[in-house]
Design a protein around this ligand. Sequence first.
Ligand code: AHG
Ligand code: MN
Ligand code: MN
Length: 335
Amino acid sequence: MYSYKVTTLNDFIIMRQKDFPYAKGELSSLLSNIGTAAKIVNKKINKAGLVDIIGKAGMVNIQGENQQKLDVFADKVFTDALRSCGECCGIATEENQNEIVFSDRIARKGKYIVCMDPLDGSSNIDYNVSVGSIFSIYRRKTPRGEPVKNEDFLQKGISQVAAVYVIYGSSTMLVYTTGNGVNGFTLDPSIGEFCLSHPDIKTPADGRIYSINEGNYGYFPQGIKRYIKYCQEEDTETERPYSSRYIGSLVSDFHRNLIKGGVFLYPPVAGMPEGKLRLVYECNPISLIAEQAGGAASGGSKRILEIEPGSLHQRSPLYAGSKNMVRKIEKFLTA
Ligand code: AHG
Ligand code: MN
Ligand code: MN
């Protein structure tokens, strides 16, 4: 008799709570709140062509980028969910210059802070290309009960207690780690639950996909130019030439490579000597997931998770995915 036993995200979070003998479920409640808010954002994205949610919001965010309506919507949904969950005392978001302090009585006592990119890849929204949301979770450093401070958000990526991304693709998935491996959950719209679909994700040590915006080739560091040529050379032993796959949404490009094997590259380019991606809410959470799945993530000469953040929106080059491919890129960069 076929038993349709599903393990929902909440079932799994509770099951895995045993990984944290001293935890009283606060992180669990934070993670499940992110899951619930993601379902709300997912519903809007799935109707993007039918409801007034595509196009520009007519505002520019602190990055000087045109905010898409869905950026603003996702930012509000996740901010409200984190403010009301009672475990988070403040957030840093791509859409705001400074951190947002949650000062109401319950939130103020929250143990955790969250850094987020509420909508990643948003320039793709109007063209029905998959996008994502990214979250990086830390314990606050300053005393509980006091207003959270900027220093709470500038911790090295190695101190993250959890990293989460949601990918709104052909199906909607939530992938997360709390430092004990990586697990993926696919949203089953018929029951409105994220169900365990990719237990204990391990990324292949080698892959045949490289993901980079080759339009910037002229600006890349020499080592990256040489690496791209290396990927394009014919060599049966190392199964080259590789395939070039680039969607332009970090979460989507990274997720495909995580499962299949491959490497994502965003090097320094013209006008962005540190690359385009932000360390605190894009590179760090993606890098923790990469490492927890057996992969690697580098800024070129240094492990991403070891970089000391100096400011909320600072950028970093990012080379993340299959371990041997990241190491190869580092060799090309330091040769
Ligand atoms: P966001 O939409 O949050 O600003 O992030 C977009 C990022 C990332 O998702 C993607 O990898 C990168 O921008 C693509 O940049 P290019 O268009 O310069 O290749
Ligand atoms: Mn982004
Ligand atoms: Mn974004």
